[in-house]
Design a protein around this ligand. Sequence first.
Ligand code: SAH
Ligand code: SF4
Ligand code: F3S
Length: 496
Amino acid sequence: MSIIDIDNKFAKYFIPPNIKEAKKRGKEVVQFLDFDPIPKEMIDIGKGKYYLIRTYGCQMNSHDSETMAGILEQMGYQPTDEEDEADIILFNTCAIRENAEDKVFGELGRLKHLKLEKPHIILGVAGCMSQEEKVVNKILRSYQHVDLIFGTHNIHRLPILLRDALLNKEMVVEVWSKEGDVIEHIPKVRQDGLKAWVSIMYGCDKFCTYCIVPYTRGKERSRRPEDVISEVRELARKGYKEVTLLGQNVNAYGKDLDIDYGFGDLLEDLRKIDIPRIRFTTSHPKDFDDHLIEVLAKRGNLVEHIHLPFQSGNTEILKKMARKYTREEYLELVRKIKQAIPDVVLTTDIIVGFPGETEEQFQDTLSLVEKVGFDSAYTFIYSPREGTPAAVMEDNIPEDVKKERLQRLMDLQNQISRDKNKQLKNQVVEVLVEGVSKTNSEVLSGRTRGNKLVNFKGDPALIGQFVLVKITEPQTWTLRGELVSNAQEELLDVVN
Ligand code: SAH
Ligand code: SF4
Ligand code: F3S
């Protein structure tokens, strides 16, 4: 344990991620705590002032930003997109790969002049990078214009931390490196009124050897079913059309609770709620059990899209990654899913260039991609993360070989995505209309149950509704189509 004393009367402590300690994770009792009311002196502190949050990383981070926004708005702050107007700028950061971190340091450097011009601005760094010792040290050393650093376990403390930062000239650092609690009833400002993220669990105990998340997010801890169910009910009551259940490994939901209740049971309960679509991310293949497949096959508001990262198609590499399944087990799982849900849309994450990956082992990845036929894939070159077991594994694969493999993988996947989308030509799909297309204001855009982006001409009054669209021009990443109908009654026949 190392403690950085920043030598001021509000000195905070910082305990960096520690693999040995983290792996010893026991059954430390998870506390279910309620969000403390905003202190009286902070209630109106943001009146007439603006905040800006820049978010990097995964959906969990985006959802955390919604929480930070909720807390700031309870203190009277209003949102802005303009750096020049902002009184608080928070960076909610991601540590998953090195380039994610480089971007943030670049932005922090760029904002130095703004802080010099307007010293009253509070500049804060939150999220997964804050959980890394080397990052905090680097900011303390080289980015002294930062006012506040807080970790993923400290979000609910924002009012107190902000108070300290406003009163202090020194940098305020609060990063708890703990197994983690569950804080309920934190205010949230959701991005739109249609689609909502709902965390069902936090942290990760899988410890894939390349991954930093178990150290930045703490141990796996599930929210109580009744808390998740009441949040989804409330969203349905408010008119939301879609929820996405979030967790690094949603299939492990409930394993840490003292009740016999898993992810399949949660979905079984949620599907009875009158909300049109329920998605979830991310599924780890290891914990994807038959009961879950059975529940998903009932469809209804459980959409037929599963994001199922496989990372590598080679069993030896999977073992070095500590993914806890083999190539064959993954393929068997896919077979069972496709048998139960023949039109399932499968997407995945893949890492190329894991330490020591040979050409033959990489070809196993290509062949698995071909065998499964994913609708789309996120593909990454392996990035060493300090403190993780893979970072010290011997890596003799040159960077240009890794880049070339990534390109071959992307070429293959693009061709498969194109072929998959072609199969949708002339089919009628259900689309939740989300807004006007980013590239053409006369065109609406929305998503199918399988999460495919569809563009079509239509009246903006349709935003927020479900419509039927006939696909006319399938492309690699998007589908173009024509509006067939917006009659809700007809929809009911198509949907189920
Ligand atoms: N919990 C999810 C994914 C979390 S991170 C899961 O297990 O599926 C999202 C993706 O980033 C991972 O699936 C993996 O493909 C990629 N990733 C994680 N660590 C990485 C690293 N060190 N280098 C490159 N890619 C990485
Ligand atoms: Fe990282 Fe593996 Fe956990 Fe996913 S399951 S967050 S890849 S350790
Ligand atoms: Fe990045 Fe943290 Fe998510 S490392 S991917 S923001 S959990």
